[in-house]
Design a protein around this ligand. Structure first.
Ligand code: URP
Ligand code: ZN
Length: 470
């Protein structure tokens, strides 16, 4: 691979901010300096641009089966291309164990599907749905030899994905000693199911009942409960897609007591609120994701959490289903479910994370530029065992680099994004700040809106310990 020289940009990491040059060689950052010379190198002028570490998105669901033949509408190919256009160069997706299946077999299945398709680097969390003795016995090997150091469990979706508190405790104890961490979808699934049953029995079937049957209190309760279980098990714990002020309070309370409790939130919880469910007809189905959109009061609390490190990461939970059946078929669309409880849960977002957070966070003065890099690249890389190969700009790190124009204004839209999904949560939103060029391990993959990458060029990332960020 040829050498690449990036000239005269503003290099920003989670702690640095200075003007300089970068030299890439063999896919790594070879040198950082001023007025670097490299006669044979391909030169890119970064004058007026930010030079950022490639984004790391640790919560995405590409080509993911959801049961009954329903599947997310982005393949690894389309989803990682979309990620790249948004400045994300590493994703961590999921390998979900089916009931009775070995977690290692689930991983092998996902690795086989991803290998020829991914155009950014990728890793996997393991999802456990059947915490039996054989599965538990495999976990240390996944951490120590397969590069899977995080295990997701669901406290929601009874009879489908939910596991009980004993399973959570056993998993935590099993992986904790080996450098593994447990990630939780924290909602009280049993109570939520009772609310769903009540709503359906009363004939309330429209999409807005998705929000009305998943109260903030039940996210708060589950978050509090699982942090206490982690405290007992003496392992770090990571709450995924935290949306409710009550859940954030549980995280803050635990962190104040020195418990290693961590959490992410997602752009849709920062920028949208539950008024979206008042859209007419089936339109509100676009916003059926779990947890649902919340009160405006929660947005302010989440921003505060990001600023003061009560929340460590912004990921997307990119879980796309088309709105229209015609786009990619009924089973990849929201139309696969007629009443609210059957509408496939999830929303797209992998392409817009950096641009939304830059515009709504940095430009609006809610977070500074270093914190922006910390939340989108450095902290996810550190939390999930990818740092310092990923998540920063340093000599020896992978040359995953984004040239970002802080001044360019543009409109977010499904008509111009690169995902398979046929709508955007942020349709028509004007943002300032745009990804101009993206390099993956030193190779230019996005250049001024043109695709230069290749399916299959992404590499599997074996991750070291998760959750050892403090
Ligand atoms: O709505 C979402 N988040 N779908 C993905 C599955 C889950 O709940 O994590
Ligand atoms: Zn979830």
């Amino acid at each position: 691979m040829g050498r690449v020289l990036i000239k005269g940009g503003r290099i920003v990491t989670a702690v640095d901010d200075y003007v300089g040059d970068l030299l890439f060689d063999h896919g790594r950052i070879e040198a950082i300096g001023r007025e670097l010379e490299a006669g044979d190198a391909e030169v890119h002028d970064a004058g007026g641009l930010l030079i950022l570490p490639g984004g790391v998105d640790v919560h995405v669901h590409m080509e993911t089966p959801m049961g009954n033949g329903i599947e997310t509408c982005d393949s690894f190919e389309s989803g990682t291309r979309s990620a790249a256009f948004g400045g994300t160069t590493t994703i961590v997706d999921f390998a979900q164990q089916a009931r009775g299946e070995s977690p290692k077999a689930a991983l092998d299945r996902r690795l086989a599907a991803a290998e020829t398709q991914c155009s950014v680097d990728y890793g996997f969390h393991s999802i456990l749905t059947d915490v039996n003795a054989a599965a538990l016995a495999e976990l240390p090997d996944l951490v120590n030899h397969e590069g899977v150091s995080s295990f997701k469990l669901y406290m929601a979706y009874p009879d489908v994905l939910m596991v009980d508190d004993a399973a959570i405790y056993r998993t935590m104890r099993r992986v904790g000693d080996h450098g593994g961490m447990v990630n939780l979808h924290a909602e009280n699934g049993v109570v939520i199911q009772a609310l769903v049953d009540e709503a359906l029995a009363a004939g309330n079937t429209s999409p807005k009942y998705h929000q009305l049957t998943r109260p903030q209190l039940m996210e708060g309760e589950a978050t509090h409960r699982v942090i206490r279980i982690a405290e007992l098990a003496e392992v770090p714990v990571y709450i995924v897609h935290l949306s409710a002020i009550e859940a954030l309070e549980a995280v803050v309370e635990a962190r104040d007591r020195g418990i290693h409790a961590f959490a992410e939130t997602c752009p849709h919880y920062l920028f949208l609120d539950k008024s979206e469910y008042e859209r007419p007809g089936f339109e509100a189905a676009k916003f059926v994701m779990t947890p649902p959109l919340r009160d405006r009061e929660c947005q302010d609390a989440l921003w505060r959490g990001l600023r003061f490190d009560d929340l460590q990461i912004v990921s997307t939970d990119h879980c796309p289903f088309c709105f229209n059946e015609k786009s990619h078929g009924l089973l990849k669309s929201k139309r696969a479910g007629k009443d609210f409880s059957k509408i496939p849960n999830g929303a797209p977002g992998v392409e817009f994370r950096l641009m939304l957070l830059y515009d709504g966070g940095v430009n609006e003065g809610r977070i500074n530029l270093n914190r922006f890099v910390q939340l989108t690249a450095t902290a996810p890389a550190k939390m999930f065992g990818l740092f310092p190969r990923k998540g920063t700009i340093a000599v020896g790190s992978d040359a995953d680099i984004v040239l970002f124009d802080p001044n360019q204004r543009h409109t977010l839209s499904a008509t111009t994004h690169h995902s398979n999904v046929d709508y955007s949560l942020f349709e028509g939103r004007v943002v300032q700040g745009k990804v101009r060029k993206v390099f993956l391990r030193g190779e230019l993959i996005v250049e001024e809106g043109a695709w230069k990458g290749r399916a299959g060029m992404g590499r599997y990332q074996r991750r070291s310990a998760s959750g050892r960020i403090i």
